[in-house]
Design a protein around this ligand. Sequence first.
Ligand SMILES: Cc1ncc(COP(=O)(O)O)c(C=O)c1O
Length: 465
Amino acid sequence: MDISPSHNQSIEDLDRQNMFHPFTNPRQHTETGPRIMVEGKGVRLTDNRGNELIDALAGLWCVNVGYGRQEIVDAIAEQAARLPYYHSFASMGTEPGIHTADTVRRMAPGNMARVLFGCSGSDANDTQVKLVWYYNNLKGRPQKKKIIARDRAYHGVTVASGSLTGLPSVHNAFDLPAIPVVRVRCPHLYHEGLPGESEEAFADRLAAELDAAIEAEGPETVAAFIAEPVMGAGGVVVPPKGYFAKVQAVLKKHDVLFIADEVICGFGRLGTPFGCDYFGIEPDLVSVAKGITSGYQPLSAVLIGETVWQTIHDDSDHLGLFGHGYTYTAHPIACAAANANLAIMEREGLFQNAATVGAYFHRRLREELGGHPNVGEIRGVGLIAGVELVKAREPRRNFVPSAGIGKTFTTRALARGLIMRPMAHDAIAMSPPLILTEADADEIVGRFAETLRELEPMMAQAEGE
Ligand SMILES: Cc1ncc(COP(=O)(O)O)c(C=O)c1O
């Protein structure tokens, strides 16, 4: 068999013939083909046709330190040369993972006791489900197994994490949810608020609904609540003031664990080390991925709080070993990348930069776009932002989904060299690298505003809901 690269076809055709792209319409992809990136530096990417693009999404919300960091590249190369792989089953280990665990555990919110590594945010949340089940089995409460998750949440796509995700496209035609999930309302005042309702009143209502949902299911059957501090893929949703304090009080009352999904918010996205720090959340369990390596290597982790850990440590002896883990748990190259990445974040004060440049970015978004008749809401914290495009502002009228406004908007922005992602309700998501400067922020806002002007005729024609 000839395994040398095929050079008689374009790279685009080879892609079309071989690749199955995630979150892509297969038929459309066959027609339009791929966009292929070849290089990155700072907040900018270059594609194989030589176009330079500003990556206002940091890959998929993950390249926190930006592209082209030689320090991380060197750490990866050195570890690969010294010891590319060894596992961590049966008390084995390698040095980089132990250091990553130590750093991340000390940085983490709440009272975290141990770190268990994986390779993706999805597998981290799958592990969380299994840990919560394991914990309640150890505690002699085998019926306490249901997980509460919110509408529009994104927790991944594997069988368990996809079940926790609250987006129809992840469920439809995949027979999900496949685990016992209790769905509660998305904490988005703009969509879910009653006429004239204040943030505080909305938060009270959400907490009362959560309480009622747990009572209806039976608290003895409800194990955990999972939440992103700020929702990302659901459309960048910042909860109303006081929400998490009220939610935590309800969970405590019913002895329900809090799983913080910090896959996007962790490592500085909101201008604080973790999203939990921003909102005063005291989690029992935390999932991290993405920013832990800034995407230079695949790595995720589950942080296990003291309460759960004590039970696992003290009460599982009769089971022998803990029967879970991956070939690549604590992969030494991924952890070497994490260690170099976390050192850069600390040395360059990137969490603080996310707070200060983030505040500037949000101010500029509001100044430039806030008055536009098709901009319904500008939302976010630190360096995560969502701009929702609407047919009419007061009262809010979204576009019909079939108009495809969000998708057209991001396609036109891409033609202007700006990468963003369309989310539900035509919310345009941005989550740039944490090294963003004010000048970069101005460029993003400028290209966004130009795209908005270009699409005015289309938005005038498109139908509203
Ligand atoms: C909050 C959150 N959790 C989990 C995931 C899943 O991570 P992965 O795509 O690495 O499986 C994502 C991915 O975007 C995410 O945003």
